[in-house]
Write a protein that binds this ligand. Structure first.
Ligand SMILES: Nc1ncnc2c1ncn2[C@@H]1O[C@H](COP(=O)(O)OP(=O)(O)OP(=O)(O)O)[C@@H](O)[C@H]1O
Ligand SMILES: [Mg+2]
Length: 205
């Protein structure tokens, strides 16, 4: 049986990595074979593209950034995500296309129509079975992430940028309520995990 495809989303410092690790353990304890991966990246070529995309000394046009994101995604789907799902593994991915709509779309201003074309081109009919967006005010995310010694190309952005990104995520959630679950991540870790457990049980239906 084909595995489930689960993506975790949210602005920087929202708790994606923290909760991904917890969810991975939770699913493993239920004997589910897992493929844990991330975007941009997840393949050797994708990780090289990630390094370019995050490099603070590598300026690029906003559409170049968008195209590199989707190029890395094309490779990721082909080499990692689709084969794992076909083997029956569940794929847990730290960020996916909703992040492109939020960061490059809402954050930087690339038109949704263009992103939609690329989404269809690169993904065909592939969509996550479940996407969890950890929602919180950017100031809280920033405080949690602490002082980053050398912030990357995205971490250097100001609070207004992250407000737009957050709004972009909220719009995605509104447009796809069947697929996307919003979790209030401004609360403590235990409360967020309690919600996560409820959301995860939907996957057995
Ligand atoms: N609900 C929470 N309450 C308090 N602290 C939290 C909570 N969730 C995560 N944290 C802490 O906040 C910090 C950032 O969390 P994490 O690295 O999981 O975020 P992230 O969404 O993966 O960020 P990034 O986008 O930068 O990778 C970590 O130190 C983590 O322990
Ligand atoms: Mg993280």
């Amino acid at each position: 049986m084909r595995g489930k495809f689960i993506t975790l989303e949210g602005i920087d410092g929202a708790g994606k990595s923290t909760h991904l690790a917890w969810l991975a353990e939770y699913l493993k304890s239920r004997s589910i074979a897992l493929c844990v991966t991330r975007e941009p990246g997840g393949t050797p070529l994708g990780e090289k593209l990630r390094a370019l995309l995050l490099d603070k000394d590598q300026p690029m046009h906003l559409e170049t950034e968008t195209l590199l994101m989707f190029a890395a995604r094309r490779e990721h789907i082909e080499k990692v995500i689709a084969p794992a799902l076909a083997r029956g593994e569940w794929v847990l991915c730290d960020r996916f296309t909703d992040a492109t709509f939020a960061y490059q779309g809402a954050g930087r201003g690339v038109a949704n129509e263009k992103l939609g074309v690329l989404e269809r081109w690169v993904q065909g009919s592939l969509q996550p079975d479940l996407t969890i967006i950890f929602d919180l005010p950017p100031a809280v995310g920033r405080a949690r992430a602490g002082s980053i010694k050398s912030p990357d190309r995205f971490e250097r952005e100001n609070e207004a940028f992250f407000e737009r990104v957050r709004e972009g995520y909220l719009q995605r959630a509104k447009a796809a309520p069947q697929r996307i679950r919003l979790i209030d991540a401004s609360r403590g870790i235990a409360e967020v995990q309690a919600d996560l457990t409820v959301v995860a049980t939907e996957l057995w239906r």
